[in-house]
Design a protein around this ligand. Sequence first.
Ligand code: GLN
Length: 442
Amino acid sequence: CQKCLSLIKKTKFLNAYITVSEEVALKQAEESEKRYKKGHSLGDLDGIPVAVKDNFSTSSIETTCASNMLKGYVPPYNATVVQKLLDKGAVLMGKTNLDEFAMGSGSTDGVFGPVKNPWSYSKQYREKRKQKAHGENEDSNWLITGGSSGGSAAAVAAFTCFAALGSDTGGSTRNPAAHCGVVGFKPSYGLVSRHGLIPLVNSMDVPGILTRCVDDAAIVLGMLAGHDPKDSTTIQDPVKPFTLPTFADVNKLCIGIPKEYLAPELSSEVRSFWSKAANLFESEGAKVIEVSLPHTSYSIVCYHVLCTSEVASNMARFDGLEYGHRCDINVSTEAMYAATRREGFNDVVRGRILSGNFFLLKENYENYFIKAQKVRRLIANDFVNVFNSGVDVLLTPTTLSEAVPYLEFIKEDNRTRSAQDDIFTQAVNMAGFLSCLQDCQQ
Ligand code: GLN
């Protein structure tokens, strides 16, 4: 715990943490040590440092969602997943940085500033940059972490904790994990409780897990999965442990490569790693086949309509009365709401609220929201059809390219480009996958 705390201090410039809960962590670690010394039975995570994305409620620790709207907000309870980690003896190092309210794929859009990718400071990258950018300030063009759980990914990659919680609505755990070279796992919808996760899109949000190796992700998943009476969408059936075999036999495993995922924007590097991975599986005896997810091209727009519609509804709770920020204006309740929300939310959040309310207008509802729900069903059915045809897993990239430099990411066209970046991740959030998972467990 002390080593992790000192690494947090050394890597402060990464901006991975919004709050470092040093006192809490040291106290928990001390208690853990006492349990160990007294020979008491230990929890599976006893003494293990973990970090939590700042959109999970943590009792007595500020929870901001990287937004002015929630600055100073201290929840009265722990999110179920946080409580489960603590119950197993985990040591909470702090709350990690993100895009405001988890809207984004760069971790560049939070009120506490962007998160820097630890790999920007690797020898190889520094050499590469030196060759490329003559005379340019070396520190001005570090790589983004991806997002929105970039703080959690950077925290794990920089060895400041062993596991971190992220959230994943359309890729926010997998995307930064890919960019930071750590494991990012998005559980099926309903497998892990969302209670205490401040919602982005209720019908797609899941808590995600970031670790340095797959075994650790499996261990943490085993601790978090299962029914929660406080989240009615969690599965009722008991879950089996997720322990992995020491030797994974891929012989006869059928791996599908969705042909629609060969997007023209896919970088040559990602494409080549994708085919290398497929070849590796094939050489180990797996069957690799081409499959089709015909509605892929609709997934980004469909996600956009559904995400913003749910955002418009979810964000209504931030009215200046119940949580966090309240402006000084008191001429009328409406004026207070409006000014609070203008001061509290960034452009991205306000833009999504506006779009969502547009899609939900009486005259647009059928044409946009209902239509998007129908398309969502088609997208989900694509996956069901592929899995019913005997395919065990799909092998796809996570992002279109490797992590890009910050200055490139924030260029004008960033919004469209970064939305495009979710092409490989968003569709499964819309599909959910619970029924598939239950079939698999049976
Ligand atoms: N990039 C997507 C968005 O901005 C997904 C975010 C997420 O998974 N939280 O909506």
